[in-house]
Design a protein around this ligand. Structure first.
Ligand SMILES: [Zn+2]
Length: 187
């Protein structure tokens, strides 16, 4: 039985969704969406369509490995946000995780490009895929679209998909506008 993931999902690339598993509730409490095996299982089920392997094949008991990779991913994304180099420890974790599972590009019969991972262990494949994607993101053209949500108390990241987007979601946009309205009329 997998319970429904209770945290926020923003339809972002996997590295950003992993970043966003550390989130804040509207009351301001900090939550870890992958704090244990059951929580990780729920998150994996929620992002299943973006995973290179079936979500149930992943060993959720290795949630510590996902949290360790998340530390490196967060460090890399925040370095990109600040236009700074990725700290050596995070860089090593990303490189080692990516290298643990080599991959190749395949031309599929339908003319599309597929990525094939050369490992037996589905858990290792997912960790490597996230490391690969993180490296591609922070070194690629979309790194400059990375943003942290501007709504009060929100700690989520997202890729800006239009020039004026400042919030991770419409509901955060509404909260930010309400907070501004309140500040204007009550001071
Ligand atoms: Zn937000």
């Amino acid at each position: 039985m997998t319970t429904r993931y209770p945290g926020p999902l923003r339809d972002q690339p996997l590295p950003i969704e992993l970043h966003n598993t550390l989130y804040a509730t509207t009351r301001g409490d900090r939550c870890d969406g992958i704090a244990d095996a059951a929580a990780l299982r729920a998150w994996l089920a929620a992002v299943a369509s973006d995973l290179p392997v079936p979500a149930p094949s992943i060993d959720a008991d290795r949630s510590a490995a996902f949290r360790a990779l998340r530390d490196a991913v967060r460090s890399a994304l925040h370095a990109a946000l600040d236009d700074k180099p990725v700290p050596p420890r995070a860089r090593r974790t990303l490189n080692d995780t990516a290298a643990a599972c080599p991959r190749s590009t395949q031309l599929a019969a339908d003319g599309t490009r597929r990525v094939r991972y050369h490992a037996e262990d589905p858990t290792q494949i997912v960790l490597a895929a996230i490391a690969h994607e993180t490296i591609a993101l922070v070194t690629g053209p979309r790194a400059r679209d990375l943003r942290l949500c501007g709504a009060p108390g929100c700690v989520l990241a997202f890729l800006k998909d239009h020039p004026r987007r400042a919030w991770c979601s419409p509901s955060c946009g509404n909260r930010a506008r309400q907070a501004r309205h309140y500040a204007r009329h009550h001071h």
